[in-house]
Write a protein that binds this ligand. Structure first.
Ligand code: ATP
Length: 618
């Protein structure tokens, strides 16, 4: 493993240093709570690590026997026996190593499985605000790389700390058992080889970073000047010589850095080579001195054992010295994940949520105020009532708050002030599932999952029969299209439904709502222009739909507006006018202006006129 493990370079970036997490007892206990269900398996891993550490070191101890009792005593039988034993132990140690890796991976996979599921479930409870205000990439990173990082922590960092510490302790115990003076000499040598390695590694990393930056610069120059349009510019301005000189300068800088980098590696290997040799030499020297001058009971074999054991200490010491970086990163990783777990869902079911037996689909807004950010009020004092079977059309300039208003009904957001009532009950007191089951929204931007038309339809009613699916499609005016497809309802819609046209997507989403059959239908009419035939098809689908149920239409076209019982005109978050089409047209207000400017113009170009307009046009 490279210094610092597999999480990245072995040194913390400035940013990581600044944001070092506070490692508290609480954090450690919380991490442990995820490991706890697997404590039995972990105990087994610990045992495997211990056994394999001891077994891996045993051949070093046997070196002494091979030398003293085999070679020096010229005893072939003992020699063969110890060599065989040494080989056998190494084999068993490696086999246990395999078991250990398997168990380790198994535990890590299961812990990340639990954490991922928990995170996914938790994210599902987060409000619309969370998804609109957080970068989608961040959310996905939390779900994927951060949690995968946990796996690395368990299989690498934790395992490395454990196995290296155990190897070191066992090696030291064995050294002291052989000869305490030589053991002390060996241990005194350890920092000699550990520290230069660390410093050399650090220097190398700095150079690598510089050379990466230099490489980026070179690529930038090549991309700019060797592209078709770049070359044209260079030629037309006669800049060939200047560009060449610029390139040559960076290129020269690059070779300097490359040489430095390779030499940093060389120094590093030299330091390591020198110091790894000094240790054994010192043990030979002092061991020899003791053996020849002071204590003739010290054997050549013993000295060799110490040298061999010292050799086994290099790697663990180095890895443990570098583990600090991994440790800090791991803690930061857990902290980030826990931060997400700790986010409270903004919109939750009330503890005593009501789930009425019957539903009418009536809506009432009472003095509703709403903002996304306090400094900008979006809805100001909105009040209106929608009775069962009636239909309200909302019109108003783009950005006046129409979509925001309807989002308050299924509680995608909660009001800041005032009340939204559904069937006479404050929506905050109703069971969220009940509320959402009974509201169907055909939104402006139709979202279809990547799958077949059938799968998208079944999303609304998983147990729908073939007849029901076909009937819904017919009523949504999309069946003609489906019939023409080779695979019919099993036609794949493509990523987000991109293989379909805007109009087709919208009619599928209408069919989906028909299957859901909600008590209240909300239709957010698309502002984007559709050709008049598609337009008419949607219109034909939506009209019978709203005629038979309670509905709110955010309307951009006159034909939709005419289907409504009442029209609310919203401007700057306020209802400025209300009434029927006839009343509003003759009132001579904003609506009249809209009708005259927008509808008469649109009527000239399309049979299904676009009634949308933007701020400032009124
Ligand atoms: P359109 O007809 O163009 O769809 P609209 O009347 O439906 O417009 P809304 O989508 O309700 O308008 O938006 C009202 C205002 O609220 C806009 O100015 C918009 O910028 C702002 N807004 C919408 N969603 C958010 C959000 N999630 N966070 C902050 N501001 C938002």
């Amino acid at each position: 493993m490279p210094p610092g493990g597999r999480l990245g370079p072995g040194y913390l970036t400035e940013e990581e240093k600044k944001n070092q997490p506070k490692v508290t007892k609480g954090l450690l206990l919380r991490i442990y709570s995820y490991l706890k269900p697997y404590r039995k398996q972990m105990a087994l891993v610990l045992l495997a690590i211990l056994i394999s550490a001891v077994l891996t070191l045993m051949p070093s101890v046997l070196t002494g026997k091979i030398i003293d009792e085999g070679l020096i005593a010229k005893n072939m039988k003992a020699l063969l026996m110890f060599i065989g034993l040494s080989f056998g132990l190494t084999l068993v140690a490696n086999l246990i190593g395999i078991l250990e890796s398997y168990l380790n991976t198994w535990i890590a996979q299961h812990i990340t499985f639990d954490m991922r599921n928990k995170m996914y479930k938790h994210l599902q409870t987060m409000s619309q605000r969370f998804f609109t205000s957080n970068n989608q990439g961040d959310i996905i990173t939390r779900m994927t790389s951060d949690i995968s990082g946990v796996q690395t922590v368990i299989t690498n960092t934790l395992a490395s700390i454990l196995s290296n510490s155990i190897t070191l302790i066992v090696a030291m115990v064995l050294m002291f058992r052989e000869n305490w003076i030589l053991a002390l000499v060996g241990i005194a040598v350890v920092p000699l080889f550990a520290i230069p390695t660390r410093n050399a590694g650090k220097r190398r990393w700095v150079i690598t970073k510089d050379s990466q930056a230099c490489n980026d610069e070179i690529n930038g120059i090549l991309n700019e000047t060797l592209s078709v349009s770049g070359q044209l510019l260079v030629k037309l301005f006669g800049m060939e010589e200047k560009e060449y000189r610029k390139y040559e300068t960076v290129n020269r800088k690059m070779i300097g850095l490359n040489i430095k980098e390779s030499m940093a590696g060389r120094w590093f290997r030299m330091a390591l080579g020198t110091f790894t040799n000094i240790g054994p030499m010192l043990i030979y020297l002092i061991g020899g001195l003791i053996m020849m001058r002071y204590d003739s009971s010290v054997t050549v074999g013993q000295i060799s054992v110490l040298v061999a054991l010292l050799g086994k200490m290099y790697m663990p010491v180095n890895q443990l010295l570098n583990i600090q970086v991994d440790w800090i990163r791991s803690m930061a990783l857990f902290t980030r994940i826990f931060e997400y777990y700790d986010m409270k869902p903004e919109i939750e079911n009330a503890p005593d949520a009501i789930r009425p037996q019957s539903v009418r689909g009536e809506v009432e807004f009472k003095n509703v105020r709403f903002y996304y950010e306090p400094e900008r009020e979006i809805l100001k004092n909105i009040s209106f009532k929608l009775d069962k079977g009636k239909c309200i059309a909302i019109v108003g300039p783009s950005g006046s708050g129409k979509s925001t208003l309807i989002n308050l009904i299924p509680r995608l957001y909660d009001v800041i002030d005032g009340t939204v009532l559904f069937d006479g009950e404050d929506v905050r007191k109703l069971d969220l599932n009940f509320l959402r089951e009974n509201i169907g929204i055909v939104s402006q931007e139709t979202y279809l999952f990547n799958g077949t038309i059938r799968e998208n339809l079944l999303y609304a009613k998983p147990d729908a029969t073939e007849e029901e699916l076909i009937d819904a499609c017919k009523r949504a005016n999309i069946y003609d299209f489906i019939e023409k497809q080779e695979t019919g309802l099993d036609t794949v819609v493509g990523n987000r439904g991109l293989k379909l046209s805007g109009g087709e997507k919208q009619r599928i989403s209408i069919a989906r709502i028909l299957l859901k059959d909600p008590a209240l239908l909300i239709f957010d009419e698309a502002t984007s222009a559709l050709d008049s035939i598609s337009e008419q098809k949607i219109q034909d689908a939506i009209e019978p739909l709203i005629a038979s149920r309670t509905g709110i239409l955010i309307a951009h076209r006159l034909s939709t507006i005419l289907a409504a019982d009442e029209i609310l005109v919203i401007k700057d978050g306020e209802i400025t006018e209300r009434g029927t089409h006839q009343e509003l047209v003759s009132a001579g207000g904003v609506y009249t202006q809209l009708y005259e400017t927008q509808f008469s113009k649109a009527a000239a170009v399309s049979s299904a006129p676009d009634f949308s307009y933007s701020e400032g046009e009124t």
